[in-house]
Design a protein around this ligand. Structure first.
Ligand code: BDR
Ligand code: CA
Length: 315
């Protein structure tokens, strides 16, 4: 059997971040080295508290939780409380009983973990990219020991925060541009697949009736969002974790991709150049700062929801 894949997960917990956290905490194929928190779906203080609560519930008090950036690099925070609840986690009012965040600088802690790892680390970022941008800026040497960065963010088609921009990129486009123009291999698990991995009303009931506390919590936060958006609900961020465990469930294509940081209607958009041919030299690359990214364009939704459910209901 292969040894578990070493990962660091960056979150803005958040309902679907909680689904991602539970999978990363429970799946035997992953070695969760740390979780870094960033301002995004809700203020950083809630993100940290929600993250600790979820990990504590999952019995993973051993995982270091890092307090990252409390605001985007150059814009104002824009929270998504209408969807995630005023506490960011379905208004369950969970709070950690005894688990505490690590008292150290998040970038420095991540840098040490990455540099001392015998095996290259996979970073999974399911939140605005502020923490990852700061890490790459402050400690560029870490890039040499990163296997891949899997991002939940961006879109090759429509946006959700705006007509053109996906929430995580739109929340901090300057950070996203730093990350997208780095020389780290990127898989973009964006909106083209994000909504295609589902939990049904029956799945949510099974979770709520489970003997396992983490499964019941997942069921309750799932029921919260179903009340707002209806069934089926999306597994969202957890799909990006599934993509690391089971990459064959994802169909990716490599395209030059750039992030728009200009003020205006396209701010936060990921421009994915999907043209099958580029007919003039000037047109070869739509934008000078674009980077070749593995863009997820299809997902086996049933395979990923089964992977997630089996992990949460059996561990
Ligand atoms: C992303 O935005 C957040 O609301 C979710 O947690 C997810 O990471 C989807 O656009
Ligand atoms: Ca998120």
């Amino acid at each position: 059997m292969n040894s578990p894949i070493p990962i660091i997960l960056d979150v803005d917990t958040g309902i679907d971040d909680a689904f991602a956290l539970l999978l990363a905490a429970k799946h035997p194929g992953l070695n969760l080295l740390a979780v870094s928190c960033v301002d995004g779906n809700c203020p950083l203080v809630n993100v940290v508290s929600n993250t600790l609560s979820v990990l504590e519930t999952a019995g993973r008090m051993d995982v270091p939780v890092l307090i990252g950036a409390n605001k985007p690099l150059a814009s104002e925070s824009n929270y998504a409380l209408a969807v995630h609840g005023t506490d960011g986690l379905g208004n369950l009012n969970l709070s950690p009983k005894s688990m505490k965040p690590v008292d150290a600088d998040a970038s420095e802690f991540m840098k040490d973990l990455i540099l001392k790892s015998a095996e290259p680390i996979t970073l999974i970022a399911v939140a605005p990219l502020t923490n990852i941008a700061l890490l790459f800026q402050k400690f560029p040497e870490v890039k040499g020991n990163i296997e891949r960065l899997v991002i939940m963010g961006g879109s090759a088609s429509l946006g959700n925060a705006t007509a053109l921009a996906e929430f995580n990129i739109w929340h901090d486009p300057e950070a996203a541009q730093i990350v997208f123009s780095s020389d780290v291999e990127i898989t973009m698990y964006g909106l083209d697949v994000f909504y295609d991995v589902h939990l049904s009303a029956i799945d949510i009931r099974k979770l709520q009736e489970s003997e396992l506390l983490p499964a019941r919590i997942a069921g309750d936060i799932g029921a919260f969002i179903a009340n707002i958006l209806g069934y089926p609900i999306t597994l969202g961020d957890a799909g990006a974790v599934c993509a690391v465990i089971d990459p064959l469930g994802l169909k990716v294509e490599r395209f030059p991709t750039a992030v728009i940081t200009d003020k205006g209607a396209a701010r936060g958009m990921t421009v994915v150049d999907r043209r099958p041919y580029r007919d003039t030299v000037e047109n070869e690359r739509a934008l000078a700062d674009s980077k070749d990214v593995d863009v997820a364009l299809g997902v086996d939704g049933a395979r990923y929801s089964k992977l997630w459910l089996e992990t949460i209901l059996n561990h």
